[in-house]
Design a protein around this ligand. Structure first.
Ligand SMILES: [Fe+2]
Length: 592
């Protein structure tokens, strides 16, 4: 045969014939499976990146489809065509709770890519201050059309527009998140924007945590009124749907530690990958030494795959910057969102702890398995790109002239919670060796005086007249005011709590070190809620809410400058939402 086809034209002719003959089979085996279900969107649309005259509408499908568009304006007569991209890292795995998988590994035995398409249309020529109806349409590959319900959109509000902003964080599919967002919608109605100080889901590459976790509490359903989350108390089950919020209002997130995936793998579970980031510099050093082993195919994502990434978060949201820090003007507010977060590691000092203070004994001679303590993902120290950007932004006319100057980031500067310890600084590594040079311990310290937030960031914010700092991470509600009058609010008792450490209750800190076991390590006293504080067992008012039964949300009303915090007791079904605290965000004295 080879001999008979030795002439080149003959060989090419045969190859072309074989290709044409096999083409239908290739199409059959590679096309999307026939649809058995009615057409549906994977999420409702939500709003992003408003400008004076435009806003982006974003939604997701599990089909590539065609003719994805937004109809908007009076009579829905105007049309904006969407740009479609495919999410590159979304997967499901053994621990997903999606579809038929109701316990570990029933369907997925290892991380399995999940095909999800994202559609984004820029809706333009909007009149500032004017809200208009819209709906989105996608056409499935088999020609079936699917439309969303109608919602409303608006461009960025002009100055002096009274706004209600939801201040929230740490949703993470926690038990009370859906009821929290439902109570927001029931209490406030449509909010104008959502400021979310990080930790949107638990594992960012696990698609179902964003869209369709089968326990009913995924990120988008909870913020879009489609949750289906059951809370049980005293044998009474109550179903919560969340609130229809972000179909009508832009969402402005900050990058939390749960937006960051660690080292990429096709085998190890997604939880393990999430918990396995390497500092970029360490990865670069290891990588240089063994790059052919780690990256035999010369993947351009090599360094990222062997350290950490925020790809899924970046692919889902359209933010004002390609960095994970940005600023935006929204009505009378100038909001700065910073990338201030580090990997969370256990405080345990046990030999098997890959912890914040030590490496695991079994890993001592294997630096690629070390955790490198609670390392910081994006520097904020003086001279870093983020610090330089922040200084320029604080000096900009947009910031200086704004009525409300708000800064949001994930890691707490002041808190009674657990996660404020140890200080926010690069871990100082100490390697102990025996007389033969063998490593006997690897430890990490975090000097209090080197806390980048307290030492470097807060003084900049004081100088610039920032009025409110919003953050999360410890899952409780507490607030503080410093001597310059900056308000600090941690409104993260949304879905659950990790406790408050005051009085008898002590954080787990190493003995003989300076880490604070109780109170705010950075020296402020918590403010007692001004309206209706909870009371402790001794009937004294508590300066915090740290509860697994009582959920909390906060609303900034720009017409008054008042931040109101509300609580709802999920064990008392017929009880009302109670406003328990108010404070006013007002211009503060600038420090020179
Ligand atoms: Fe966090």
């Amino acid at each position: 045969m080879v001999n008979r086809l030795s002439s080149r034209p003959q060989l090419i002719a045969v190859l072309v014939f074989v290709f044409i003959a096999l083409a239908p089979l290739v199409v059959i085996f590679t096309q999307q499976p026939p649809y058995l279900s009615p057409p549906q969107l994977l999420s409702d649309p939500f709003l992003q990146l408003p400008t004076d005259t435009s806003v982006r509408v974003v939604w997701f499908t599990e089909f590539s489809g065609t003719r994805h568009s937004v109809a908007y304006g009076q009579g829905l007569r105007q049309v904006a065509i969407a740009n479609t991209t495919k999410l590159t890292r979304t997967r499901e795995d053994q621990k997903s709770r999606v579809g038929e998988q109701t316990e570990d590994a029933l369907v997925y035995q290892k991380p399995t890519p999940r095909d999800i398409w994202r559609h984004e249309a820029k809706v333009t020529r909007l009149t500032p201050g004017q809200r208009v109806p819209y709906r989105v349409t996608s056409v499935r590959n088999d020609g079936q059309i699917v439309k969303s319900n109608p919602f409303t959109l608006a461009s960025a509000p002009p100055p002096h527009t009274p706004l209600k902003i939801l201040l929230t964080s740490d949703h993470q599919l926690m038990p009370m998140t859906a009821v929290n967002l439902q109570k927001v919608a029931e209490t406030v109605g449509n909010v104008d924007a959502v400021f979310l100080a990080g930790d949107l889901v638990n594992i960012p590459d696990r698609a179902s945590e964003w869209f369709d976790d089968n326990r009913g509490g995924a990120f988008f359903p909870a913020l879009q009124g489609h949750a289906d989350y059951k809370l049980e108390y005293n044998n009474i089950t109550t179903l919560y749907t969340g609130g229809e919020l972000i179909q009508h209002a832009p969402l402005f997130p900050a990058t939390g530690n749960h937006e960051v995936m660690g080292r990429f793998s096709t085998d190890s579970g997604l939880n393990d990958q999430f918990n396995d980031p390497l500092p970029r510099q360490v990865a670069a050093e290891i990588y240089q030494q063994i790059s052919s082993l780690l990256n035999p195919n010369h993947n351009p994502n090599g360094l990222k795959d062997n350290s950490f990434n925020t790809d899924t978060y970046n692919e889902i949201f359209t933010l004002p910057s390609n960095e994970n820090y940005y600023a935006i003007t929204f009505g009378d507010i100038r909001l700065i969102s910073l990338y201030i977060t580090n990997i969370w590691r256990t405080p345990s000092l046990k030999p098997n702890a890959k912890g914040r203070y030590r490496e695991r004994e079994a890993d001592l001679n294997n630096p690629t398995a070390w955790g490198y303590g609670q390392h910081i993902f994006e520097p904020i120290k003086p001279g870093s790109p983020q610090s330089n950007w922040l200084k320029a932004e604080l000096n900009s006319p947009e910031f200086q002239q704004a009525k409300y100057k708000i800064v949001m980031f994930h890691h707490p500067p002041h808190s009674l919670g657990d996660n404020i310890v140890p200080p926010y600084t690069d871990p100082i590594q100490t390697i102990e060796r025996d007389r033969k040079g063998k490593i006997t311990a690897v430890r990490y310290d975090y000097p209090h005086q080197a806390d980048y937030i307290i030492r470097d960031v807060i003084p900049l914010l004081e100088t610039a007249g920032v009025q409110l700092v919003l953050y999360g991470h410890s899952h409780l509600w507490n607030r503080f005011v410093n001597s310059q009058g900056i308000h600090f609010l941690e409104s993260s008792n949304v879905g659950n709590t990790y406790g408050a450490y005051l009085g008898e209750k002590q954080r787990q800190v190493p003995k003989g070190k300076e880490y604070a076991a109780t109170g705010d390590p950075n020296g402020l006293e918590p403010i007692l809620p001004t309206i209706a504080p909870l009371r402790g067992e001794d009937n004294q008012p508590l300066p915090y809410i740290a509860s697994k039964d009582i959920t909390v949300f906060s609303i900034l009303d720009t017409s008054t400058g008042i931040v109101s915090s509300y609580r709802f007791d999920t064990t008392k079904l017929d009880s009302d939402v109670i406003e328990f605290d108010e404070f006013k965000v007002a211009p503060v004295r600038r420090v020179r």
